[in-house]
Design a protein around this ligand. Sequence first.
Ligand code: NAD
Length: 250
Amino acid sequence: LFEDISGKTALVTGASGGLGLHFATLLASQGAHVILAARNVTAIEENALAIRTRGGSAEAIALDVTVSNGVEQLFASIDREVDIVVNNAGISGGAAVIDQSEADFDAVIDTNLKGVFLVAQAAARRMRDQGHGGTIVNIASILGLRVIGHLAAYAASKAAVIQLTKSMALEWARHGIRVNALCPGYIETPINRDFFQSEAGKALVNRIPSRRLGLPEELDGPLLLLCSKAGSYMTGSALVVDGGHLVSSL
Ligand code: NAD
C-alpha cells in the first residue's frame, strides 16, 4: 500500500530525536532517501549514520526552521527532487499565560508556526517547479483542537498550523501537492517520559479513553498514509491519532 514511497526523497525537520528521528527511520525503512534536518548537527549525523548502517539511505543537513535564509540554503543544497516533507520540528514552551514571557511566546510561534510556513513554502516552490507534485505533512497536535492549561502558546501555534495546512492544501492542489496535518495525542517520547510518570502526568493519562499513552509506532500507519499514494485523495485534513482523547469530555 505504501510502496510508492520507495525511491522518493523525504525531508524530516527536527530529526535529532523523538518523533522526528522515528519518522525519518520509518520513511527510510520504506525505501525513501531521507534528509534529516535539525539544529543539532552531531545528533542528525549520528542518526543518518545509524539509518545507513541498517541499509537505509540518509543524509543530515543543519537547519533552524525559524531562519528563512537557512531554509533557502537547505533547499539550495538538496541536489535531488524533493517528494515528501514532514514538518516535525516543534517546541512546547509551557507557562501560564499570565506569566509567559514575550520571548518564550515568540519562540513557540516562530518554531511551530513560522517554521512550518517557511519550510512548506520552500518545499512547495520546489515541488511546483519539479512538475509532479508531492506531499507535505505538518505535525500539529490535538492541542490545536482542544486546550489544557499552561500550554497556550503551543495550543495556539498548533491550531494555526491546522488552518495553515488547509490554506496550503487549497492553494497547492492544482500543483498536485497534498498538504495534511497529523494531530497526535500524547505519545511517549524521551522528553515527556518523566512527566508522564509524575502524579500530574498519570492523572492526564487517566483522562484518555484508552488509558495509556500512544507509542511512536502507532503513528506509523497514519504518517505513511499521508506520505503515500494510499492517501492520494486526502488533502487539507487534520488526522487525529489520540486514543480517543478528543472525544472524551474529561
Ligand atoms: P522533541 O523535543 O523530542 O523533538 C523536537 C525536535 O524539533 C527536536 O529534534 C528539536 O531539535 C527540533 N527543533 C526544535 N526547534 C527547532 C528549530 N528551530 N529548527 C529545527 N529543529 C528544531 O519532541 P517530540 O515529542 O518528538 O515532538 C515532535 C513534534 O511532534 C513536535 O512538533 C511536537 O509538537 C509534536 N507532537 C508531539 C507529541 C508528543 O506527545 N510527543 C504530541 C503531539 C504533537
